[in-house]
Design a binder for this molecule. Structure first.
Ligand SMILES: Nc1nc2c(c(CN[C@H]3C=C[C@H](O)[C@@H]3O)cn2[C@@H]2O[C@H](COP(=O)(O)O)[C@@H](O)[C@H]2O)c(=O)[nH]1
Length: 361
């Protein structure tokens, strides 16, 4: 069934999304709307939206939900300077697929006496490399890094584990490092300076210039864009700079949540998303979902739409309470949900996450 685009979506376009229209690619926001309209195995529940929106509105009022979360983490860069931009670009080039088949093959990195897993294991391995004098976040270095060198840099302190997709990570680093060296004077800062403080312009530049960030799929006859790593890259720079200077984006609220494999677990926990029995059984069977498959696109697309609906509802609530000055963004809601999953990992374990071997998330 081919659906007429303008029947489905109010086309909110800016100059930077014209590329999407030329190539018929929906923006992430449009993709979330479109996918959720035609999803067969994933449903968005209005009561869940209201419940989570209430909690988000409260969190924004009492500042539990705020931009400071990023810099408060010891493993994130503490200074808002150009070296932090290249740190974030390096990390978000590799910010994918940390899950392991079972508990004892978890990739772990020890830093300052604390054992880190998943995303923070990646951050810890960067700290470890920099402390060992390896210029790991320098495009000059990683554009030519060997597999053996990256294997050493990302080595697990859990001897039973290795970081998955090592060769894919080397390929991604070579690709983006070469482009930065050849076209952007060896730093992602030059890309930032080209986007005149527009998040959408930067998003277009990232997916145009760096193919490994092109997180797209075909769904019901249309090309949809999820762009999880491209958007988290923008969100992390914005958060690190607290929305100032190099991290100032006039349209940051047009960035959607980052469709990974963790936030959908929290959305199901809050009763915002519901899976069909068939899909839930499939996820519980631990079978891999192929990147771009219908179920996987439905989970990720409905997550985008659900968080945007929560943001809209929270804005309405805050406005009705006389707080229309308080900013609500899908990024801040995403961070809250992602951090929530880590805080309540044991409880959330009861809700299966979709396992995909993908360089995109
Ligand atoms: N949607 C969303 N996905 C995120 C993040 C982050 C880290 N962001 C930091 C920066 C600011 C925030 O305050 C966070 O401290 C990583 N991921 C994804 O999760 C997965 C790994 O998960 P786990 O096994 O638990 O480490 C993997 O796909 C990874 O790409 C996020 O924020 N949102």
């Amino acid at each position: 069934m081919v659906v007429k685009l303008n029947q489905v979506l109010g086309l909110h376009t800016t100059l930077s999304t014209l590329r999407h229209l030329e190539m018929n690619i929906l923006t992430p926001k449009q993709s979330g709307e479109f996918i959720s309209k035609f999803a067969k195995n994933v449903f968005i529940l209005p009561d869940g939206i209201k419940k989570l929106a209430n909690e988000v509105a409260e969190g924004i009022k009492n500042k539990q939900i705020c931009i400071d979360g990023f810099s408060q983490h010891e493993l994130h860069p503490q200074k808002a300077d150009e070296s932090s931009v290249d740190w974030i670009f390096f990390v978000d080039t590799l910010n994918f697929c940390f899950w392991s088949a079972n508990e004892n093959t978890k990739w772990e990195v020890i830093w300052n006496g604390k054992t880190h897993t998943g995303y923070f294991a990646l951050c810890a391995s960067v700290r470890r490399a920099l402390q060992d004098g390896i210029p790991v976040t320098d495009p000059k270095f990683y554009s030519q890094v060997t597999s053996a060198e990256l294997d050493h840099i990302l080595r697990s302190d859990n001897p039973n584990a290795k970081v998955p997709l090592l060769e894919d990570r080397v390929t991604c680093l070579h690709q983006v490092g070469k482009i930065l060296m050849e076209k952007y004077m060896g730093s992602f800062v030059m890309c930032l300076k080209e986007c005149n403080n527009s998040a959408q312009n930067l998003l277009q530049l990232i997916v145009q210039e760096f193919p490994c960030f092109r997180d797209e799929a075909d769904f019901q006859g249309h090309r949809v864009a999820i762009y999880k790593r491209a958007q988290i890259l923008i969100g992390d720079i914005w958060a690190c700079f607290r929305g100032e200077g190099l991290g100032h984006f006039s349209d940051i609220d047009t960035i959607t949540m980052f469709a990974d494999y963790r936030v959908p677990q929290v959305l199901v926990h809050y009763g915002v998303l519901k899976y069909s029995d068939e899909l839930m059984e499939l996820l519980k069977s631990d079978k891999l979902l192929e990147n771009g498959s219908e179920n996987e696109v439905e989970i990720r697309g409905c997550s985008i739409q659900a968080v945007d609906l929560v943001a809209d509802e929270a804005r309405k609530l805050l406005k009705s309470q006389g707080h229309s000055d308080l900013i609500v963004s899908s990024i801040l809601i995403d961070h809250f949900l992602w951090d929530y999953r880590r805080k309540h990992a044991a409880m959330l374990e009861l809700i299966p996450f979709h396992k995909t071997m993908s360089i995109f998330y």
